[in-house]
Design a protein around this ligand. Structure first.
Ligand code: AHR
Length: 321
C-alpha cells in the first residue's frame, strides 16, 4: 500500500517533468512524516525539535509531531498511531536503545520506512530502519577523554573523576561513557570514583553533584558530564558548596549549546564537545528522497568539533543553538 503510494509519487513526478501531468496535481500531494520526539529534557532537545519543525515547514512536509515525555511506551504508542494513519515515513529519536523490535516490525509489515534520528537502537535486524542519522557518540566521549589527557599532561598524582551519565540505557549515555573510558584507561592516574545518571537534566545534574560533593568533597578533581545541562546544574552545586567551578574542579561536558558557551565565557566550564541538534534539514531531504523512490545512506554521521573555554567568546556569536 505504502510502496504503491511512493511509486505513484515517483511516477507523477516523472510525468510532470515530461509535461504529461500538470504540476498542480503533484502539488496537492503533501508528504506526511510522523516524528516521535523523546521530550524536552535539555537545551539540545529543544533546539532539535525546533530544527525538525522549521525544516518540515520549509520543505512543505506535513509533520505529525509527538512528544513522548521521556517515556518509551509513549513513543511506541505514537509509532503505532503513525502506522494506523498510514503516514509516508516515520522518524524517531529512541529514548533508550532496546525494546523496539516489535513496533519496528509492525512498521516494516505496513511498508512504512523508518528513519532513526539522533539515537540508535540495539536491534540485530538492521532491515527494520532505512537510515540512522546523527552523531558518533563514542567519538564524542573519546574527544572529551583526549582533551582531559592533554590538559593533565605532566601531572603526576591521581586524577579523581566524577561522571554524570545521561539517561540509563540511552545510546548517548552508553557510548559517551565507553569512548571516554577507552581513552583514559591508557593512564592509571585517571580514576572514575563516582558515576551516576543525571538523566540529561539540569535539576538531576545538580542533585547528583550535590551527593558527589557530600561523599567525596575536595577529592574531586574532574567532572565529566554527558551533556551541558547536567554540567550547568552541577556548576550551581559546586558554587553552593563554596568551590570554584572550572578552577577547583575541571569540568568537561557535551553538546556545546549556547548555555555552555555562556558558562565558558563566565569562566565556569572548561570545555564542551559539540553534538549538533540541527538534524531537521537533512531529515527532510531524506524523507523526500525516500518518497521519490531513491535509496538513502544507511548511516549519516554529523560532523562536529570541540570548544574549550579559551575560544568561547569568539565562537559564541556564530552559534545557532
Ligand atoms: O541524544 C542527544 C542527547 O540527548 C544530548 O546530548 C542531550 O543533551 C539530549 O538530551
Amino acid at each position: 500500500m505504502k510502496l504503491q503510494r511512493r511509486t505513484l509519487f515517483a511516477a507523477m513526478a516523472a510525468a510532470s517533468l515530461a509535461g504529461t501531468w500538470p504540476l498542480s496535481v503533484l502539488a496537492q500531494k503533501k508528504i506526511v512524516l510522523g516524528f516521535s520526539q523523546i521530550g524536552a529534557e535539555s537545551e539540545w532537545r529543544t533546539a532539535n525539535s525546533e530544527s525538525i519543525k522549521s525544516a518540515a515547514k520549509e520543505a512543505g512536509i506535513e509533520l505529525k509531531f509527538s512528544d513522548a515525555q521521556q517515556k518509551q511506551e509513549n513513543q511506541i504508542k505514537a509509532i503505532r498511531s503513525f502506522i494506523a494513519q498510514k503516514v509516508d515515513v516515520i522518524a524517531f529519536s529512541p529514548v533508550v536503545e532496546s525494546g523496539w523490535g516489535t513496533v519496528l516490525r509492525e512498521a516494516k509489515a505496513a511498508k512504512i520506512p523508518v528513519i532513526l534520528s539522533d539515537r540508535a537502537v540495539d536491534e540485530k535486524d538492521d532491515s527494520l530502519w532505512v537510515s540512522f542519522m546523527g552523531s558518533d557518540f563514542v567519538e564524542e566521549g573519546r574527544r572529551a577523554g583526549r582533551w582531559l589527557v592533554d590538559k593533565m599532561k605532566g601531572q603526576t598524582g591521581t586524577v579523581n573523576i566524577v561522571e554524570l551519565q545521561g539517561t540509563v540505557g540511552s545510546a548517548p549515555a552508553i557510548d559517551r561513557k565507553k569512548g571516554f573510558e577507552e581513552i583514559i584507561k591508557a593512564d592509571p592516574k585517571f580514576k572514575v570514583i563516582r558515576s551516576q545518571t543525571g538523566d540529561f537534566t539540569r535539576a538531576k545534574g545538580k542533585e547528583v553533584m550535590e551527593a558527589f560533593l557530600k561523599a567525596e568533597g575536595k577529592k574531586i578533581n574532574v567532572l565529566y558530564a554527558h551533556n551541558d545541562d547536567m554540567a550547568i546544574g552541577a556548576i550551581q552545586a559546586i558554587e553552593e558548596a563554596g568551590m570554584k567551578p572550572a578552577k577547583d574542579i575541571t569540568i568537561i561536558s557535551i553538546d556545546a549549546v549556547k548555555g555552555a558557551f555562556e558558562a565558558m565565557i563566565a569562566g565556569k566550564l572548561n570545555v564542551s564537545v559539540e553534538c549538533s541538534p540541527l538534524l531537521g534539514p537533512q531529515l527532510m531531504n531524506a524523507v523526500k528522497d525516500l518518497v521519490a523512490g531513491k535509496t538513502i545512506p544507511k548511516r549519516i554521521v554529523t560532523e562536529e568539533g570541540i570548544f574549550p573555554m579559551e575560544v568561547a567568546a569568539k565562537e559564541f556569536p556564530k552559534r545557532k543553538y
